[in-house]
Design a protein around this ligand. Structure first.
Ligand code: ADP
Ligand code: MG
Length: 257
């Protein structure tokens, strides 16, 4: 067997396609630049590990089941002035995740809460962390099903091992007492163990109404915000950005559905 075919067999056996592909180019460079053997080994192996990291990031992004793909780079801080770019960039460094803290995004519809929740989560995926994204309603359905099957505790433990959960759209639909209780359990189980990103179109003062019980709401908010960055987004919906929303009544009624 020639050296080339022996090598391609070895790379396949090691499941290292990126290194196999990079070998001719790296070997050529190593010869011209007279690299040490160690330098060459390092270049070849790190090609493979970065390809694997990038690939792992993609599969974690798919696994998180985001409703859309959004990045921090796409976020227009000149339109959304109520959050500081610096604060979001800092969150994007993921210290909150390593400290097992939460992020809460509050504000009216269209102000970019879900966008920022996804963008931060994608950073986490790319940094090697598992993420799951669901709406509050979906989390409740998932936990209610686990409870029905008598494995709620098991399910909460499984979720606890996932470093970041996103709970989107708290408050869009009010919860019945069972749902409120399940949400409370989710928040409590993660407290100081793993992070949550929560978005809501309602201020905390209205959470009593959402959960149908002031005491449950207070206890939940208390847990949620104890170690958290709270961001209040203000302003118009980004969806209306390029529309002329002048005061002309005829034009306004023509635009409304
Ligand atoms: P919310 O979750 O607060 O209701 P979204 O995050 O879903 O709002 O934003 C609505 C749409 O507008 C999305 O497509 C989002 O990407 C976009 N968007 C919102 N704010 C911004 C912004 N400041 N820069 C860029 N796109 C934005
Ligand atoms: Mg949203």
């Amino acid at each position: 067997m020639s050296t080339a075919s022996e090598l391609s067999h070895l790379f396949r056996a090691m499941k290292a396609p990126a290194a196999a592909k990079a070998l001719p180019r790296l070997a050529e460079r190593a010869r011209t630049e007279e690299w040490s053997y160690e330098r060459f080994a390092q270049a070849l192996l790190s090609t493979e590990t970065s390809a694997r990291d990038a690939h792992g990031g993609e599969s974690r992004i798919r696994g998180a089941r985001f409703p859309a793909r959004k990045t921090l780079e796409e976020f227009d801080f000149t339109f959304q002035r109520s959050v500081k770019k610096q604060v979001i960039e800092h969150l994007g460094q993921l210290d909150f995740l390593h400290a097992k803290e939460n992020v809460v995004l509050l504000g009216p519809p269209g102000t970019g809460k879900t966008h920022l929740a996804i963008a931060l989560s994608i950073r986490a995926c790319l940094a090697g962390q598992r993420v799951l994204f669901r709406t509050a309603t979906e989390w409740v359905a998932l936990l209610a099903e686990a409870q029905r099957q008598g494995r709620l505790d098991e399910e909460l433990s499984r979720l606890e091992r996932i470093p970041l959960l996103v709970c989107d759209e708290v408050g869009y639909i009010p919860f019945d007492p069972q749902a409120a209780n399940l949400m409370f359990m989710l928040v409590s189980r993660r407290y100081e163990h793993a992070s949550l990103i929560v978005t809501s179109n309602k201020p905390f003062s209205a959470w009593g109404e959402i959960f149908g019980d002031d005491a449950v709401a207070v206890a939940m908010v208390d847990r949620l915000v104890h170690h958290a960055e709270i961001l209040s987004l203000k302003g118009d919906s980004y969806r209306l950005k390029d529309r002329d929303l002048g005061p002309h009544p005829a034009r306004q009624s023509a635009e409304s559905p």
